[in-house]
Design a protein around this ligand. Structure first.
Ligand code: AP5
Length: 215
């Protein structure tokens, strides 16, 4: 299955995407993770993306289209993939459709995670992530050891500062909400659009998500 996860920052795309990929036995592609790794390694792509990411702005489309093309052509992605936050503008949606058509593949469904802004701000404001394995935590202090990998230290993401959170929410409304309309208008010929209530316990959201794709 090829699934695209859409939703505002903090809706749980990363958390649920990881679970979904494990349950389906397919890789997860998160452009956020790919870009953060590039920033950490100091590659030209990372250096170009860093300023946009720290401010909470979207990284320019050509960078994202390059990541999409490279990843989807890999043999690991041949039998399916979970695309987490990979499409955030209409040109990116058009680009993904082109890349998939060139590979003779199609998207099965677009899963849209919905949660109110107050909940998103609360989650992101209290988030720390492991600087080694990237696991997110809520309500755990920065500076403590990651329980999952036992190696990394929990840090705050730069884009989880209040001003960057505001920018990310604005970017979602302005640039990503139209993507939803784009998929809705093409639903009859392509991927199903499924809405998921992302408020509630993580396991409960996982159950809703799996049910929405008939699993
Ligand atoms: P990215 O890393 O993808 O950030 P985002 O979209 O802002 O999403 P988040 O990772 O903040 O949230 P999420 O929805 O994954 O939620 P999570 O599961 O972590 O992208 C970062 C940046 O990269 C972008 O701002 C942009 O600059 C750039 N970028 C990436 N892709 C791009 C693209 N296609 N085009 C252009 N630019 C791009 O959960 C959040 C928190 O809530 C965690 O602490 C988690 O533990 C908690 N949580 C999760 N579920 C629940 C629940 N059910 N109840 C309570 N808490 C929960």
């Amino acid at each position: 299955m090829r699934l695209l996860l859409l939703g505002p920052p903090g809706a749980g795309k990363g958390t649920q995407g990881q679970r979904l990929a494990a349950k389906l036995g397919v890789p997860q592609l998160s452009t956020g993770d790919v870009l953060r790794a590039a920033v950490k390694e100091g590659t030209p792509q990372g250096l170009a993306a860093k300023g946009y990411m720290d401010r909470g702005d979207l990284v320019p489309d050509p960078v994202i289209l390059g990541i999409m093309k490279e990843t989807l052509a890999k043999p690991e992605s041949a039998k399916g993939v979970v695309l987490d936050g990979v499409v955030r503008t209409v040109p990116q949606a058009e680009g993904l459709a082109r890349v998939l058509a060139e590979l003779g593949k199609k998207l099965d469904a677009v899963l849209v995670f919905n949660a109110p802004d107050e909940e998103l701000v609360r989650r992101l404001g209290g988030r720390t992530v492991c600087d080694h394995c990237g696991t997110p935590y809520t309500g755990r202090e920065a500076g403590t050891r990651c329980e999952k990998c036992g190696v990394g230290t929990l840090v705050r993401r730069k884009d989880d500062e209040p001003e960057a959170i505001r920018n990310r929410l604005v970017a979602f409304q302005k640039q990503t909400a139209p993507v939803l309309e784009w998929y809705r208008a093409r639903e009859a010929q392509g991927a199903r659009v499924v809405h998921i209530d992302a408020v509630g316990a993580v396991d409960e959201v996982t159950r809703r998500m799996m049910k929405s794709i008939g699993k």
